[in-house]
Design a protein around this ligand. Sequence first.
Ligand code: ADP
Ligand code: MG
Length: 256
Amino acid sequence: MTAVEPGGVPAPVGAPVLAAEDVWKAFGEREVLRGVSVSLAAHEVVALIGASGSGKSTLLRCLGLLEPIDDGRIFLGDEDISDPRVDGNRVRARLGAVFQSYNLFPHLTVLGNVTLASRVVHKVPRKDAEARALALLERVGLADFANAHPDRLSGGQQQRVAIVRAIATDPEVLLLDEITSALDPELVGEVLDLVRSLAEGGATILMATHEMAFARDVADRVLFLDEGVIVEEGAPAQLFTAPAHARTKAFLTRFT
Ligand code: ADP
Ligand code: MG
């Protein structure tokens, strides 16, 4: 949720939940993130758009402590999680992440997948973890699959399970990386509907996406990443209809 200021640009409300300050990341000689700053307010839904190779996944992976950064700082709440002394596992346990490819554990049932982190990382008793998982699966219409293995599910169902798994531990932020781009077109809607309901339920979400119509509809703010730099950000209505930068314009033309 954001407050809209007179200029029509949404301003984050309250202290940021997640904030990156001047983050740099290179792979070998290649500078992939070149001074990226991002801030997410509580309950804010931010869409990250940009061409393939612009650094979206790298940014999400850095924010999720799945990739070390070269320079800059990342805060989760008021904790500097980029401090090398920080326990990464403890921090990752406070985040939820879903990626493009369904990364469910094939040898575990749906229920096993959804309860794993609660049980192993958060030490929630099995009975409680399963009760919560079943309630969540019920909510997204997948309770019937609780005891099935992932290969019995469609791609859309697997991605919904991956989302349920990510929210099962009540993460402070959800990082979603093009979670519909590996899906058959007819399965995209059910996954986006779930993201929409999480957004409406107050989740704090940063999502890399090529679903421009969805971003426009659901995001409070859109960031356009180009060659490792956020060249433009704004409310969807502004950025999609009247982009300020030529590069944003050129990118959007290819998508609309
Ligand atoms: P996007 O998600 O926007 O498509 P990525 O963050 O995946 O962009 O990639 C940005 C650039 O970083 C690409 O040139 C990619 O090849 C490179 N890259 C990403 N991950 C690695 C890695 N682990 N090792 C080397 N290069 C990488
Ligand atoms: Mg990517």
